[in-house]
Design a protein around this ligand. Structure first.
Ligand SMILES: CC(=O)SCCNC(=O)CCNC(=O)[C@H](O)C(C)(C)COP(=O)(O)OP(=O)(O)OC[C@H]1O[C@@H](n2cnc3c(N)ncnc32)[C@H](O)[C@@H]1OP(=O)(O)O
Length: 200
């Protein structure tokens, strides 16, 4: 596997992969001062990558940046799914997506491409999580919820059933989302209120 982004987020992905016997051969990172992460070398920037058939994961936590890198390369994308993740019936997990330890994805839920489901988050039945979204640690997404492309649901937030959250939103840590959220909204609090917009 090659990883793009030799960051803290990448460390968790390396751990997941190595627990499954998958070796990370190298990183690509835009920061020239980074020469390695642990014993894994950084061998260049995104522009230096050429597809040799090795699976890749974009190990960058910022959703917009993850999308930019995906759009900049021609690559085969893998997945990193920790052994403690619980997946229900008919769950779909898109390419490039990572499921951190103790995540739960329940029946008939579709997780898009290059999504992060972070530590101990749960996404319940019949949900749809858009590409490049990030469901942060300890989030609880109830049944029948949709989350748009690129949206961050901050740590410990709760989304009640059947709510639709738009694309490129930021849901603050600990928020409780009780109604639909329009695209590009920043929402905080319980009950969640829109406080500003994310620049498109
Ligand atoms: C493994 C990992 O680490 S995964 C990381 C996952 N990331 C997260 O969970 C982070 C989620 N981000 C947040 O909660 C942020 O605080 C945001 C995006 C909601 C707001 O960030 P910013 O735009 O920088 O706003 P800022 O920090 O200036 O706060 C603006 C106001 O909102 C309040 N506020 C900020 N975050 C929250 C929150 N989560 N809940 C309630 N109020 C909040 C601030 O107290 C401040 O209030 P004031 O104007 O009365 O002083």
């Amino acid at each position: 596997m090659y990883l793009f982004g030799a960051s803290g987020h990448a460390k968790v992905i390396v751990d997941i992969l190595s627990s499954q016997g998958i070796k990370v051969k190298a990183f690509f990172d835009e920061d020239e001062s980074k020469k390695s992460l642990w014993d894994i070398p950084v061998i260049g920037k995104t522009k230096d990558f050429s597809n040799d058939g090795t699976d890749c994961i974009i190990s960058i936590g910022v959703n917009k940046t993850r999308k930019k890198v995906v759009e900049a390369i021609e690559a085969n994308f893998g997945r990193a799914i920790h052994a403690t993740s619980v997946l229900g019936s008919n769950v779909q997990i898109g390419e490039g997506t990572v499921l951190m330890p103790r995540t739960v994805i329940n029946a008939d839920t579709i997780i898009g491409e290059h999504v992060i489901i972070n530590t101990s988050a749960s996404v319940d039945h019949d949900c749809e999580i858009g590409d490049f979204a990030h469901i942060a640690p300890n989030v609880g997404v109830c049944g029948g919820v949709s989350v748009g492309e690129g949206t961050l649901i901050g740590a410990g937030a709760t989304v009640i059933p059947l709510v639709n959250i738009g694309k490129w939103c930021v849901i603050g840590a600990g928020a409780v989302i009780t109604q639909d959220v329009p695209d590009y909204s920043v929402v905080v609090g319980n009950p969640g209120k829109i406080v500003k917009s994310v620049e498109a």
